[in-house]
Design a protein around this ligand. Sequence first.
Ligand SMILES: *Cc1c(COP(=O)(O)O)cnc(C)c1O
Length: 493
Amino acid sequence: MEILYKSTRDSEKRVTASLAILQGLSEDGGLYLPTAVPSLDKSFAELSGMNYREIAYEVMKLFFTDFTEEELRYCIDKAYDSKFDTEEIAPIKKVDGTYYLELFHGSTIAFKDMALSILPYLMTTSARKNNITNEIVILTATSGDTGKAALAGFASVPGTRIVVFYPKGGVSFIQERQMITQKGDNTLVVGIRGNFDDAQSQVKAIFGDDEFKAELDKAGFQLSSANSINIGRLIPQVVYYVYSYATLLAKGEISDGEMINVTVPTGNFGNILAAFIAKKMGTPIDKLICASNENKVLYDFFKTGLYDKNRDFILTNSPSMDILISSNLERLIYLIAGEDSEVNKSLMEDLKNKGSYTITDSMKANLDSFVGGFATEDETVGEIARLYKEDGYVIDTHTAVASYVYNEYRKSTGDDKKTVIASTASPYKFINSVMKAVAPDEAGEEFALVDKLSSISGVKIPNAVEDIKNADILHNMVVDIDEMKNTVRDFLK
Ligand SMILES: *Cc1c(COP(=O)(O)O)cnc(C)c1O
């Protein structure tokens, strides 16, 4: 069955998968969604005998229907190879009866690698299929992890350039160091004076700037996005939820058809939306537990139906989730509004103009699979300490938010279905906060703490950290929000 993509803000619009990937965001400002979510066409009994690459193909072939089998398998094989430090790609660790799905074994040690390892291949294949001759310029706002994962994917890829904007002072030491040491003539990394939401909103505004688009086109460039608004990122994230279920079944941890819950540490709502899509495809997932840090706009939304970003932006120890405008929520809003682009559009206009919107009761009733929860910074550190003390397992701050929220959920509801927790980053990436939890008496500079954590936990220091220890700093530009467009212009000169 051919799947086309439609915009959440225009019900008439239809584009192929490859065009949706190339554009990133629809011209009307909406996000692309498949016209129908396809069902898995293999049983879990069959899928449970497959490895990650094979399951990736089984999922993606259903969505990227204008790719040939050869094209898609090429993209998958290039993406999920020895860049990952484990043959399993996404290993599952059973700790304290719960399954931690480790999504951080790629080259930049955060879950963004799961999709950003394949996006450059999907994008260059899409460009070829559509006879694009312009150079593709990837414009990305990052809360810390997308930036490096996108840079790693696109650096030195012919026919592409990449510009990453990150909030100066709003990312971890290791995250910043990873980005500003990035090599590759086609890369630019820029700190901005503002927070992630400022960066993301300005990037979206640049995408919507028709004059700028025409100017770039004349110069032989076109913009695309590596943020999770791109379906080329969203769909590859569906894979690991299908893979988790198949793997738990293969290991005899669950029986075929048994319902499981999934808990996801959430910021821009991309990862948990992928789990929701996996559920819609037929994966037996019951609850989707959405875990926030103190920027708990989603927790409040699930409780009340009011989405309200008018509040202080809090810098926390889980910076990749320091977000008040969760872009991918728009896709869910559209779906719970019965795929009504007019309803969605007017709510998104409210968000833009007033900073808030309220959904109707009938829309709220469609959210019954979602549960919201949040953890404070202290609860997050406490959860890392608890798992380390009780089980010797060290998790990062984002995963700890999810782990804490899940345990509170289980205690308060008695729901003890088997649960997969998305483990989204290596603890080494957030070394200061993690060491505060596992060895509070240790002090020192970050790389010394890295060595300490390795000797305490027995977990090898990832290459991603070794590589930046002595790397030169190649990017040191910091600009105001209103200078972002000119920064892009200068880079392309
Ligand atoms: C990006 C990120 C998240 C949030 O994921 P979303 O898809 O934006 O909700 C959580 N944890 C880590 C480590 C991340 O990098």
